[in-house]
Design a protein around this ligand. Structure first.
Ligand code: 5U1
Length: 694
């Protein structure tokens, strides 16, 4: 049995290593994620059942070993070097001139590489197997972070092909920008502290004492140099070594190349600089290395830095500046985002004056105040952000107290004056003036006219942009005042501004049919239904189904607008959060004005008595419908149960009287079972309705 298990273990390890190589090195995956996970699970199960088959370099170690306490110190037999820096082209000219003079080579070849902004590490392999990995430390000795490095999937645990007896590979551990952004977005959404920048993210992740935490972090590795090598003859140049490292299974940046002469180096610097924002990782410059090893030896070292290599740095992506004011911006969805206006600062190659603070939690965490010196970061195409406050530089009054108070998010929208609300458990604060707020105008118009709302055919995003930008429409009610002439004038102005005036128009032929159709569609939309209008108002979390329930429950708009949270909570399926949102929406005077204007413009709908079946055989009972029914829609079943007095709810709890479970019922059914509730199938429901509705 064990022999068979051993064979299967070997087979799985090989297949998983191959899949890693295909994915991380060749960028040509051969396994679907689900298949990879399945094989990894099978391997983990086999290793658990056969402890004698365990291996520190099995692909299963990628999930992280148990914590070890502290990192041991590792001496680097071949020191990890540092690089001389250049910021000006002239320094590069001097570097090349020196090399040309001392090597006697008039046009030496250089390896040119991006300088990744991460954490330098050294990986040691013996007989092709990973044995240890350490940080750079002071260059002579660093910390043993092997268990953490094993979790980084792009680091090979076993080398491919013919491996030397000893091989040390040096390179950079980084956190790719996209992963860093994703990580921070999720952290902010959870109200947790985001990472300051990808470099800190990589360094912090690698220095975790619990490798299982490191395993959760999206880290990557790129190789760029060798340390100790035994049992292999090296190629004659560094660029060939990089190609060999790639064959052995190490990721090497796709941007590496060779260049000759000062112009070749500076050209590479500029080309990479132009693409800096588009690269998948942060770089802080490029590195030039004399390519031929014999020439490198001839140049030698000064202290710890080779005279054959140079780092040519880019402008920093983080800079310090001072905060002139803290402001807020209201987005299309009403989200209120705090930001700072700063003394202009050159960062990442451009001058910036504004940086985001993301949300109220981040404001509280950073405690940014007027006059503060802050570190701003600009990388890629993401908005510049404030990373931290330099607290020592905070302006103080004579008594040593901060000169300015902490910033508070406003409780009124700066654009429309409506209340700004932040719900429990939410990071984002929002303006509640959805219908009136200028910041939310385009969004609310687009939703209002959409097919399932007021269904205004032809009112697309482009027209809405132009109508709002050119001042034709301020609220949804203004749509009903627009004439054919307005639309034609609006389109002409928009075309002129965009430089897209059609030839026919230039020739004096103006098409009017589309505008007539649009005005007609707006006219037709006036005759609507209460549920459509409620949905069209764009109250947060009031979708079509809730709009329908509200319409049925209240029968008319006025009693709904007058209902307080308590009354709204009585509506089937309306919980406390949605009740609060509806009540707050109708409390905003501006929203009420827009509704009055809609009515004045002629928008109308049928109203009727409230349909609340308070008394009936199911009075006092709460029913949950889940899964699909064959004989009717869930809405219809709900309505029939409500007509018998039941309250129909969307969530299962101890208070649920019974659950009707149709086809493919999922988590609600599971929860009902867990709570031991009465569960009805469709035949039982039908029999019950037939009995009582007679
Ligand atoms: N791309 C690259 N980065 N980097 C950093 N190459 C490179 N080489 C280095 C360092 C510190 O040192 C070599 C001179 C070994």
């Amino acid at each position: 049995m064990s022999k068979k298990a051993a064979a299967r273990v070997a087979e799985l390890r090989q297949a998983l290593e191959d899949a890693n190589y295909r994915y991380y090195i060749l960028d040509d995956p051969n396994l679907a994620d689900i298949e990879y996970d399945r094989m990894l699970r099978e391997l983990a199960d086999l290793e658990a059942a056969h402890p004698e088959l365990r291996d520190p370099n099995s692909p299963t170690v990628r999930v992280g070993a148990a914590p070890s306490g502290k990192f041991a110190t590792v001496a680097h037999d071949v020191p990890m070097l540092s690089l001389g820096n250049a910021f000006e082209d002239d320094e590069v000219r001097e570097f090349v001139a020196r090399i040309e003079k001392e090597t006697g080579d008039g046009a030496p070849m250089f390896s040119v590489e991006p300088k990744l902004d991460g954490l330098a590490i050294s990986l040691r392999y013996e007989q092709g197997a990973f044995v240890r990995g350490a940080t750079r430390g002071d260059g002579s000795s660093g910390e043993d972070v092997s268990a953490n490095l094993r979790t980084i999937r792009s680091i090979p645990l076993r080398l491919r092909g013919k491996a030397p007896a000893v091989l040390e590979v040096r390179g950079e551990v980084i956190m790719p920008n996209a992963d860093f952004e994703r990580w921070n977005e999720a952290a902010r959404a959870r109200g947790e502290k985001p990472m300051a920048n990808p470099r800190n993210g990589a360094a912090g992740s690698l220095r975790q004492l619990d490798p299982r935490i490191t395993a959760q972090r999206p880290l990557a590795f790129y190789a760029y140099a060798l340390g100790q090598v035994e049992g292999a003859s090296l190629p004659p140049t560094h660029s060939q070594t990089l190609a060999w490292l790639r064959e052995l299974g190490f990721p090497v940046s796709a941007e590496v190349g060779v260049a000759q002469g000062v112009d070749g180096l500076l050209d590479y610097y500029r080309r990479i600089g132009e693409r800096r924002d588009a690269l998948p990782y942060d770089i802080d410059g490029v590195v030039y290395k004399l390519d031929r090893y014999d020439q490198q030896r001839a140049m030698g070292f000064v202290s710890r830095a080779p005279r054959w290599a140079l780092a040519h740095k880019f402008p920093a992506q983080e800079e310090a500046t001072t905060v002139e004011s803290v402001e807020v911006n209201v987005g299309r969805t009403g989200a209120v985002t705090p930001w700072v206006l700063m003394t202009p600062v050159h960062v990442g190659g451009v001058t910036v004056t504004r940086a985001t603070l993301h949300n109220a939690d981040q404001v509280a965490r950073l405690d940014v105040r007027v006059g503060d010196t802050v570190i701003v970061r600009r990388a890629g195409d993401v908005i510049p952000e404030v990373v931290r406050v330099v607290e020592e530089k905070r302006p103080l009054d004579r008594r040593g107290k901060p000169l300015h108070p902490p910033f508070q998010l406003p409780d009124k929208c700066p654009d429309c004056g409506s209340a700004v609300e932040r719900e429990e458990g939410e990071v984002v604060a929002r303006c509640t003036g959805g219908l009136f707020c200028p910041a939310q105008r385009k969004q609310s118009l687009f939703h209002f006219g959409s097919r399932r709302a007021m269904d205004i055919e032809g009112l697309g995003e482009r027209f809405i942009e132009a109508l709002v930008d050119l001042g034709y429409v301020h609220t949804v009610a203004d749509l009903y005042r627009l004439t054919v002439d307005d639309f034609i004038a609006m389109k002409q102005r928009a075309d002129e501004m965009a430089g897209t005036v059609p030839e026919t128009v230039k020739a004096g032929k103006i098409a009017t049919r589309w505008a007539e159709n649009l005005v007609a569609a707006i006219e037709v939309s006036k005759a609507s239904s209460l549920e459509r209008v409620l949905y069209a108002l764009g109250i947060r979390d009031v979708g079509e189904s809730t709009a329908k329930t509200l319409a049925r429950h209240f029968g008319a708009l006025d009693p709904l607008m007058a209902a307080d949270e308590e009354a709204l909570k009585q509506v089937p399926d309306v919980g406390p959060v949605v009740a609060r949102r509806i009540a707050h929406f109708f409390e905003q005077p501006h929203n009420r004005e827009v509704i009055a204007a809609l009515r004045a413009a002629g928008v109308h709908w049928k109203e009727g008595p409230p349909r609340r079946a308070t008394e009936g055989p199911l009075s006092g009972q709460t029913v949950v419908l889940t899964g699909g029914l064959a004989s009717m829609s869930r809405d219809e079943a709900g309505a029939r149960l409500e007509a018998l007095g039941a309250k129909v709810s969307g969530s299962v709890s101890k208070k649920t009287s019974f659950v009707v479970a149709g086809e493919a019922a999922g988590s609600k059914l599971a929860k009902a079972r867990e709570l031991g509730l009465d569960i009805w199938d469709e035949p039982r429901l039908l029999a019950y309705l037939a009995e009582l509705e007679r």
